[in-house]
Design a protein around this ligand. Structure first.
Ligand code: GRF
Length: 203
């Protein structure tokens, strides 16, 4: 299976996928890493692994639609079976989202549908949540609103701040993303007309 990864920053989830592939626990190939930030560490990690790294700067385009169209034309060039958004910090164009329905996933650091958007760890602490975590979901036009594939839970501990909570979540995000990606690559998880299916059975 051919995977394209979209990432804006640190790239630790990308690295988890690269490590799983190198270690033989994920039968896939990362065929390109795409970023809206030329300085993103994710691009360095891609190059270090011998993977094509592509930066497209939104400010080089007149409109958001033109940027999205260009970005996805570059992504489509590498003919991915699956697109993984791993810390991609922009809204995706609706046209492109619809064109890749069922073939694009995102990892979001909360137990969706709770705490969509930014600053999820701060949101969880402010709400007094005792359980927090991360979700892998299909991308749809609704921000962080697509069908959830899998989640990892962590406790919120007394004395946590956003940094300690984020670190606890991140540790669980890496295996979660690898496991979810494996389910998709193996064709076990699919997006049907009525939602997520496992082995052909609607969940
Ligand atoms: C992760 O917490 C992911 O859930 C969120 O952005 C962060 C990306 O981290 N969407 P990294 O760039 O993979 O290290």
């Amino acid at each position: 299976r051919r995977i394209a990864v979209l990432a804006s920053g640190r790239g630790s989830n990308l690295q988890a996928l690269l490590d799983a592939i190198a270690g033989g626990t994920l039968d896939a190939e990362i065929v390109g890493v795409f970023s809206d930030r030329p300085g993103a560490r994710a691009l360095d990690l891609a190059r270090a692994a011998g993977v094509a790294a592509v930066a497209c700067r939104p400010r080089d385009f007149a409109t958001r639609a033109a940027y999205d169209e260009h970005l996805f034309s570059r992504i489509d060039e590498v003919q991915p079976d699956l697109i993984v958004c791993a810390g991609y910090m922009r809204l995706l164009g609706e046209l492109q989202v619809d064109a890749h329905r069922g073939r694009m996933i995102n990892i979001h650091p909360s137990l969706l549908p709770a705490f969509k958007g930014l600053h999820t760890h701060e949101q969880a602490l402010a709400a007094g949540a005792r359980v927090h975590g991360s979700s892998v979901h299909y991308v749809t036009a609704e921000l962080d609103g697509g069908p959830v594939i899998a989640q990892a839970r962590v406790p919120v501990l007394d004395g946590d701040d956003a940094a300690t909570l984020a670190a606890r979540v991140l540790q669980r995000e890496h295996p979660l993303l690898v496991a979810a990606t494996r389910l998709l690559c193996d064709g076990r998880v699919t997006l049907g007309a009525h939602g997520v299916c496992l082995d052909g059975q609607l969940l």
